[in-house]
Design a protein around this ligand. Sequence first.
Ligand code: NAD
Length: 495
Amino acid sequence: MNKIENYIHGKKISFSNKTLPIFDPSKGEKISEVVLSDDKDFNELIKSSTKGFEIWKEFTPLKRSRIISKFKNLIEKNIDNLAKAVSTEHGKTLDDARGSVTRGLEVVEFATGIPHLLKGEFSQNVGSNIDSWSVRQPLGITAGITPFNFPAMVPMWMFPISIACGNSFILKPSEKDPSCPIMLAELFSEAGLPDGVLNIINGDKHIVNRLLLSDKISSISFVGSTPVAKYIYKTASENGKRVQALGGAKNHLVVMPDANLKQAVDGIIGAAYGSAGERCMAISVAVAVGDIANELVSKISDRAQTLKVAPWVDNNAEMGPLISLEHKNKVENYIAQGEKDGANLLLDGRNCSIQGYENGYFVGPTLFDGVTEEMTIYKEEIFGPVLSVVRVDDYNSALNLVNKHAFGNGTSIYTSDGEISRHFTTNCQIGMVGINVPIPVPMAFHSFGGWKQSLFGDHSMHGMEGIHFFTKLKTITSRWPKSIKSGPEFVIPTN
Ligand code: NAD
């Protein structure tokens, strides 16, 4: 049985004998195991990351950028293997996996601009013969903890930027699909990254706690579910670290009566059922405004029934399995709860069996109509292919619904009315907003992050928010001795 170890100081190693199984979600079979690191692994990790930082901080931004450029080329060359590793352990379709690696690659591409991105501000003569400027310096050893649903992209929201800024970075990937992160670290080494600058430590909450409590680590980046995000934010902040902790979501897509119905239906189908709904930007609530509801629901239902649910090895697959048996059971329990609470179950994805893959963790596209605010399936994140339709009379009720929800990751509005879309983007209490775009994930040079229960901390991921998160600002005020005419000053200087 293949054992996935840690990647520390350019080598695959582990001391702990404890492991967890990794499953192929399409077949429900154990395919490998991952090490659950212990304190000895952790001590080795910190030793390596400390050395890595000492060496790396001396590299000029341009030299760092050149190594990152080589890393980018290597990802491009190896993209098929990386995508295959994602699909094998996660189950998502190969095209979707390739797309997710590409979205991560775009952050690497952004990070190659680090000499420009780190430029500070300069003011001449802030006082007579006094100049002032600011620089951004690395934090030291930084760490990130990532979820199962994007094993390539989410780590790449973090480590390329941190490393470009001159830090060393420790990644604790999801224990459900840790292979692709190791492959990425190996490629970075091949590109010339010194040992210890990017280390991968595998494990569960024991090792996460070691990261949160260690006084050697300066910052924690986290992406995962809201309860864990809250815990990470609280614990790491209490221990004096800079924290960005992104949590779960319940994203609404509002369909106005003047929307292009075909575009809205296509948008909803892809955003609700793509990647089996295991995306933090998935659309899980469609808000039908006014008299568009009947036609909208019937068209979603027609299209959802033709979706090809299949393992990733089938090139025609549009939707794969869920990550684990436990998660499949959880999603199916939500479907049962929705029925019990009185929602109208139009499509039931339970008992989805694929020939030859009968033990796979498949749940088919599920559609509820007549969902209301009080229902559990409306309030909680399901993280599966379950779409709830909520019907409202007018635009203000739709906006209210979006704003009252505890989560604030993404939302979208489909309309032909510029006034309405402008009002919506201005007034919704959500971090990422689409107008006739179902999944408004910001590009690498903008920043990714939600509001409310979807983000804890002050910074979003990547873009300039990422550069600011991974650097400390220093401002210098300077004058030269010959220009100093007066004696001691006891009053705060003013101009
Ligand atoms: P999760 O919270 O269970 O796990 C995330 C990471 O935290 C993993 O590395 C895991 O090992 C670790 N972890 C889990 N429980 C822990 C604990 N008690 N103490 C310390 N560490 C712990 O999330 P998941 O199931 O891997 O991913 C799905 C969740 O991630 C969904 O809620 C989804 O919305 C969210 N997500 C959010 C975003 C975003 O940008 N907001 C992006 C992707 C996924």
